[in-house]
Design a protein around this ligand. Sequence first.
Ligand SMILES: Nc1ncnc2c1ncn2[C@@H]1O[C@H](COP(=O)(O)OP(=O)(O)OP(=O)(O)O)[C@@H](O)[C@H]1O
Ligand code: SF4
Ligand SMILES: [Mg+2]
Length: 340
Amino acid sequence: MTQPLLKIENVSKRFTRMPGLAERLVGRLTGGGKPVVVHALSDVSFDVARGEVVGIVGESGCGKSTLGRVVSGIYAPSDGRVVLDGKPVAHERGGNVEKLTTRVQMIHQDPFASLNPRMKVGETVAEGPRHHGIIPRGEVQARVRALIEKVGLEGAYADRLPHQFSGGQRQRIAIARALAMDPELLVLDEAVASLDVSIQAQVLNLFMELRRDLGLTALFISHDLSVVRHVCDRVAIMYLGRLVELAPADVLYSDPKHPYTRALFASVPTVGSGKREFEAIKGEIPSPINPPPGCAFHPRCPLAGPRCRVEVPKLAGAGASRTVACHLNDGGVELKDKAA
Ligand SMILES: Nc1ncnc2c1ncn2[C@@H]1O[C@H](COP(=O)(O)OP(=O)(O)OP(=O)(O)O)[C@@H](O)[C@H]1O
Ligand code: SF4
Ligand SMILES: [Mg+2]
């Protein structure tokens, strides 16, 4: 079997921050007010094969962007490790994170904020490869133009400033900038979410084309279930910093197993937008500062039993290359039967 390109091994990420106003008020009543620890990721493990696109889905605050940043080497994990092609992507020394790879590039949601407004876009695309010596000096100009054309814009646009472009065009430039680093893995964090639906389709088509031509591997973070189904080979469902289900997209969409995945998929399409985004599930999302014991989903799960309140379910195989973290999956008991 070929080695996976990316290995995420038992990754946890905790942030320590001072409490906000509401937390301070509660803290005063309970004698607290000390720094709080946010459990943004807890024991996340999965592999990504070369050329594969894996979707990351879950409600706001479940740790998707944190996972993207840990994979990109922007954050070092608190525990566990992220390995690209056999090498760690970052390490932490004296509290400072050192990114060890240029081969993972992240594309963010907001193409307006992610480009320097005072820099010609050609310079923006050239900046990274110039700094890291990825393209020989004499070839930079030609390569930048070729990249700008590759993402569907005219090469002469290299001399323009970001404000001269639309949102979709800016996101194309952000993609060109990422490609200029010759990446092996792209992390797209809600990369089309801020664009109009028709523009989203164009940018997604570009991504699919590039994927085919360049054999790209990607983590695709999105709230939009129809987009995820369209572009991803496998989909990872996250809840409160943990991976709860991971399966090939067709398997997951036709037969979601984890009660949380089922609740997400039971949501209705957003009226008028033509999009299929999930709606809030009954009950509040618990705080990642104080996650519930046992299965973090138990306070909202219609199938929760006594064991769910005390024991964290492990991610385990459930057929058809699918893994699920739910006690109902233990001992080969099919969730479908239980839920019926
Ligand atoms: N730098 C940080 N310092 C403290 N807490 C953080 C930091 N970054 C993220 N968090 C917290 O970690 C948790 C996970 O955040 P994250 O941004 O990864 O979620 P997300 O799934 O990307 O959400 P969204 O869908 O809203 O983008 C949240 O509770 C968030 O407030
Ligand atoms: S482990 Fe229990 S609480 Fe968690 S999803 Fe499964 S049935 Fe629900
Ligand atoms: Mg996010």
